[in-house]
Design a protein around this ligand. Structure first.
Ligand code: S3P
Length: 423
């Protein structure tokens, strides 16, 4: 599907967003293995999180919607799925769910779309095998995965790559393992799994970058609320910062400190963003963000900050190109996301007449560049579709975005919201 995005002068108004994608996946998985009923409000409407619900239903969890649109899950013991599990486009689904599947008394097959078939799974297969799992993958790393459930034992695992998905996979496997499970992180990554585990009744502690899950947890179903997704909010924040007359409030956004490096980064380059009315629900922090157009200077993203901003880099690249410039390093992970995001950023910027120098693990974009109206292509990547529709608002003519529907992976209705607030 193609979308046309016309230039705008400002984004204004109040928006709320779909529930956080990362948190939604975790709540759905934990609710499905917990005893009794969980009710999840503001569950992400994105296709990725529907893939997780589909997998959990295929594994025997009862998944329904109540009249308020909340997701109601009756959890318990999982059963062997009748057919192959479909993770769609979702790396989080396949990587995290594999931890649960590795410990079940049956064999499961899990796969996804073409993009997912190119994403490496050795990073989860290795620790799960250390725990006693038996997993087959194409070329030892790519989906489909055949996971033969086994009795697992806890491990003490130093993560070789900073990845919340891998950390979560090991912790979810640890829920079923004999003995405690310890994960050591090289840098701190999003801690939604640790928080959710505690909410469901597990004994999971974190000290510095060492996470310990005590064996023998009995999870209990509960009521949950998913905060708005800060990674989705990022596209609107960038739009507001780019356009001079903007004044926007993004309501009810998750501002968990392991995600909110985005706000610190933006403040650090001169952005005016106020976090208002911070409250806590289910261990997660939520706030309202008020953002106004600002004069920005050059940004630099490297080391631990790269891991903390990994999903926001496409939008920040757009912001940097139009304002003070941006340099990104230590970001080889960008090459193995839904697309090679360094390549898909470069090809779309080139179409808009924007220059970008790339390296194996990053890029440099000079600031103050003009965006020209052009034909753009999401290449099937939701964050590329949304980043370039924001770039299109700041262009000198209309842009056509091919594959715009991929935005629905995390944010169905994104283009309607964008039109609502763009003037
Ligand atoms: C996620 C972790 C990150 C992120 C992804 C969601 C999660 O991936 O890019 O969008 O929910 O744990 P990695 O674990 O591969 O860094």
């Amino acid at each position: 599907m193609r979308e046309t995005v016309a230039p705008a002068k400002a984004v204004q108004g109040i928006v709320s967003l779909p529930g956080d994608k990362s948190i939604s996946h975790r709540y759905a998985m934990l609710a499905s293995i917990a005893e009794g009923q969980s009710v999840i409000a503001n569950y992400s409407t994105g296709a990725d999180c529907q893939s997780t619900l589909g997998c959990m239903a295929a594994l025997g969890a009862q998944v329904e919607r109540d009249q308020q649109g909340r997701v109601v899950i009756q959890g318990g013991t999982l059963r062997e799925p009748a057919s192959q599990l479909d993770a769609g486009n979702s790396g989080s689904t396949i990587r995290m769910l594999s931890g649960i599947l590795a410990a079940q008394p049956f064999t499961s097959l899990i796969a996804g779309d073409e993009s997912l078939a190119r994403r490496p799974m050795a990073r989860i297969i290795k620790p799960l095998e250390q725990m006693g799992a038996s997993i087959e993958a194409r070329d030892g790393t790519y989906p489909p995965l055949t996971i033969h459930g086994r009795t697992l034992h806890g491990i003490d695992y130093p993560l070789p790559v900073p990845s919340a998905q891998v950390k979560s996979c090991v912790l979810l496997a640890g829920l079923f393992a004999q003995g405690d499970t310890i994960v050591r992180e090289p840098v701190r990554t999003r801690d939604h799994t640790e928080i959710a585990l505690r909410e469901f009744g597990a004994d999971c502690s974190a000290e510095k970058r060492v996470i310990t899950l005590r064996a023998g947890a009995r999870l209990k179903g509960r009521e949950l609320f998913v905060p708005g997704d800060l990674s989705s909010a990022c596209f609107f924040l960038v739009a507001a910062l780019l356009m001079k007359e903007s004044d926007l409030v993004v309501h009810g956004v998750g501002v968990n400190p392991t995600r909110s490096a985005l706000l610190d980064y933006l403040a650090g380059i001169g952005a005016s963003i106020k976090v208002l009315d911070v409250r806590q629900i289910g261990g997660e922090l939520i706030g309202d963000l008020r953002v106004r157009a600002s004069r920005l200077h050059r940004g630099s993203v490297d080391g631990p900050l790269t891991a903390a901003l990994i999903d926001e880099i496409p939008a920040l690249a757009v912001l940097g190109a139009a304002t003070g410039g941006i340099t990104v390093r230590d970001a080889s992970e960008l090459r193995i996301k839904e697309t090679d995001r360094i390549a898909t950023l470069e090809s779309n910027f080139r179409r808009m007449g924007v220059e970008m120098e790339t390296t194996a693990d990053g890029f440099h974009i000079a600031g103050g560049q003009k965006f020209h109206g052009a034909e753009l292509d999401s290449c099937g990547d939701h964050r590329i579709a949304m980043a370039f529709s924001v770039a299109a608002l700041a262009a000198d003519g209309p842009c056509e975005i091919e594959g715009a529907d991929s935005a629905g992976v995390s944010f169905p209705g994104f283009f309607d919201k964008l039109r609502e607030i763009a003037h």
